[in-house]
Design a binder for this molecule. Structure first.
Ligand code: C5P
Length: 226
C-alpha cells in the first residue's frame, strides 16, 4: 500500500520550497524538490559547454546522469544536491542556471528522464513533492494537491531575501520581477507539461502570509483529507 503524497505546484518564488519542507517536517514525510533536478541538469549542460538548444546532447546527458538529493529535515540546512557525484547544492541556485533552466526543462527527453526518476522515488508514497507538474503529471493520484501563488512583486521580494541570505550578489527588484515573469511565461506556455493548476488542486494565494502560516493551512487540509 502506498503512503500519501502531497503535491505542491506553483510559479517561481511562490514559496514552494520553504512551505513544502515545513509540511514534510511536520508530517514526517520525505521532501522532494523536483526543480533542483532540472537545475542540476542545467548546471551540467553549462559546465560541459553544451549548447542549451542542442537537444540531442542534452538528452544524452539527461538519460545518463545520476542525480542524488539528500533529504534534510533541519530547515536551516539546505537539501544537498549531487549530479554525477559532484555536490552542486549552491551552484544550481546561481542566476546563470536560473536563467537557462526553463529552456532545459522544456525538452521532452529531459522531462521523461526526470519524471521517471521522481515516480520511482515516489512509488511507496510518503512524500511532499514540489514543482510545476507534480499534481498534473508526476503524481496525478496524489491525495493532496496544492497550487501556491503570489503576486510577482511579492515573489521578487522573497527571491531577493533568499539571495541575501545565501550571500549572493544583490539583484534589483525590477530585474527579479522581469526574470520571474519571463520564467512564468516560459513554464506555463511550453508544450510538454506546462505549469498548470490541476483541476482537483486547492489554490492558496500566499501574499502577506508567512511560510509557517501557509504550511499550517496545508497540514490542516491534509489532516482533513487523509
Ligand atoms: O522550483 P525551481 O524554481 O527550482 O524550478 C526551476 C525550474 O525547473 C522551473 O522554472 C521550471 O522550468 C523547471 N521545473 C519544471 N518542472 C518541475 C520543477 C521545475 O519544469 N516539476
Amino acid at each position: 500500500l502506498r503512503q500519501p503524497i502531497i503535491a505542491i505546484d506553483g510559479p517561481a518564488g511562490a514559496g514552494k520550497s520553504t512551505v513544502a519542507r515545513q509540511v514534510a517536517t511536520q508530517l514526517g514525510l520525505v521532501y522532494l524538490d523536483t526543480g533542483a533536478m532540472y537545475r542540476a541538469i542545467t548546471w551540467l549542460v553549462l559546465q560541459k559547454g553544451i549548447a542549451i538548444d542542442d537537444e540531442c546532447a542534452v538528452a544524452q546527458l539527461a538519460t545518463q546522469c545520476k542525480i542524488e538529493l539528500t533529504p534534510s529535515h533541519n530547515l536551516e540546512i539546505p537539501v544537498r544536491v549531487w549530479i554525477n557525484d559532484t555536490d552542486v547544492t549552491q551552484e544550481i541556485r546561481t542566476i546563470e542556471v536560473t536563467s537557462q533552466v526553463s529552456a532545459i526543462a522544456a525538452q521532452s527527453a529531459v522531462r521523461k528522464a526526470l519524471v521517471k526518476q521522481q515516480q520511482s522515488w515516489g512509488k511507496r508514497g510518503g512524500l511532499v513533492a514540489e514543482g510545476r507538474d507534480i499534481g498534473t503529471h508526476v503524481f496525478p493520484d496524489a491525495e493532496v494537491k496544492i497550487f501556491l501563488t503570489a503576486s510577482v512583486g511579492e515573489r521578487a521580494r522573497r527571491r531577493q531575501q533568499d539571495f541575501t541570505k545565501q550571500g549572493q550578489p544583490e539583484v534589483s527588484l525590477e530585474q527579479l520581477e522581469r526574470d520571474i515573469a519571463e520564467r512564468d511565461y516560459k513554464d506555463s506556455t511550453r508544450k510538454i507539461s506546462p505549469l498548470q493548476k490541476a483541476a482537483d488542486a486547492v489554490e492558496v494565494e500566499t501574499d502577506g502570509l508567512s511560510p509557517s502560516e501557509v504550511a499550517m493551512q496545508i497540514v490542516n487540509y491534509y489532516q482533513k483529507c487523509v
